[in-house]
Design a protein around this ligand. Structure first.
Ligand code: ASP
Length: 324
């Protein structure tokens, strides 16, 4: 009898999560953005999040959790209950470069998260304040080499895309500017527009409105082709720094152990958002690359995270940077 009751109890326990999975979601979903509001990760999350909320019938609520180049928020997301009600937008920094940057990183992006899908690729631009005394990339390089540590480079913390991609730039140029950390490139863009910092490397989605308005300078986009959102900005190949090729990405992840049916609902909602004309226009107007076909979804993101860790770790080691 006791055995039977135990078995019944176990069966009941097993059916509760299953029911919770098929009803999912029954309440709002928190999406942690590991940087300040108004920056690139926040922007792309909100664009797809609005559409996903309509598909899922529950609001995706963005929570900006800043600190340590996005690794504070990622650690928190890793530890969240894996029930689909807390997910995170990770990116090339938090879920790839941080592995090389932080020898004691609290999480392994490959093992401690369930991939949901890529949101968008975000090419990198070399940007400077409006009155930076260089008219093109060649002059920029000469000026930065001549002035070194007198110049201030803004970034969003060790582990961020801006930190890592400018680390590569500075390494290529052999320069060591003074690094000024912010809680995201939303606030660092404000400082650049105000002329309080000299230059930064940032994801295109954060820069298009400012470049179009003429409030900052864009010297080059670090991709093989020009970007349709900023057709006048040359590529690094055209502008004379062909070795500087770098592009970031933002993607949705859930904590390890989130049930597959829940992950599938989230991936399907993201996929639908990325096929919606309005969402696509908003992302494309800001210069993002929208993943298509096989580049979407869980498997593609898992493979991308692995490849990006393998790509960035030796670059970071070569630059000799390590966060404690
Ligand atoms: N993606 C960050 C943000 O949204 C910036 C960065 O990683 O550089 O602010």
């Amino acid at each position: 009898m006791k055995k039977l009751l135990l078995a019944l109890g176990a069966a009941l326990l097993a059916t509760v999560p299953a029911a919770a999975q098929s009803d999912y979601p029954t309440r709002p979903i928190t999406v942690i953005v590991p940087f300040a509001a108004g920056g690139p990760t926040d922007t792309v999350t909100r664009i797809v999040g609005e559409h996903m909320s309509r598909t899922l019938g529950q609001q995706l609520v963005v929570e900006n959790v800043v600190g340590a180049g996005g690794t504070t928020a990622s650690t928190r997301a890793m530890r969240a209950t894996p029930d689909g009600y807390t997910i995170i937008t990770g990116h090339m920094g938090t879920h790839a470069a941080s592995v090389g940057l932080y020898p004691k990183l609290a999480y392994d992006p490959r093992k401690d998260f369930e991939p949901i899908g890529l949101i968008a690729g975000t090419p990198i631009l070399i940007l400077a304040k409006k009155d930076f005394p260089a008219k093109d990339l060649k002059e920029f390089i000469a000026y930065v080499k001549a002035n070194g540590s007198k110049l201030n480079e803004a970034h969003a913390g060790v582990g961020s895309v801006s930190f890592t991609t400018c680390l590569l730039l500075n390494h290529l140029l052999g320069v060591k500017p003074t690094l000024i950390p912010f809680t995201g490139t939303g606030p660092s863009m404000n400082a650049l527009v105000a002329g309080q910092v000299d230059y930064m490397c940032d994801q295109i989605v954060n820069a298009v409105p400012q470049v179009q308005a003429g409030t900052i300078k864009a010297y080059a986009v670090a991709t093989p082709q020009r970007n349709p959102a900023l057709p006048d900005v040359p590529t690094t190949v055209e502008a004379g720094l062909p070795d500087y090729q770098t592009s970031a990405w933002n993607a949705l992840f859930a904590p390890k152990g989130t049930p597959k049916p829940i992950l599938d609902k989230l991936s399907a909602a993201l996929d639908k958002a990325l096929s919606d004309e309005t969402v696509r226009k908003r992302l494309l107007d800001l210069g993002s690359d929208i993943p298509e076909g096989k580049a979407r979804g869980q498997e593609a993101l898992a493979a991308h995270v692995k490849a990006e860790i393998d790509k960035w770790t030796p670059i970071i080691k070569a630059a000799g940077i390590e966060a404690k």
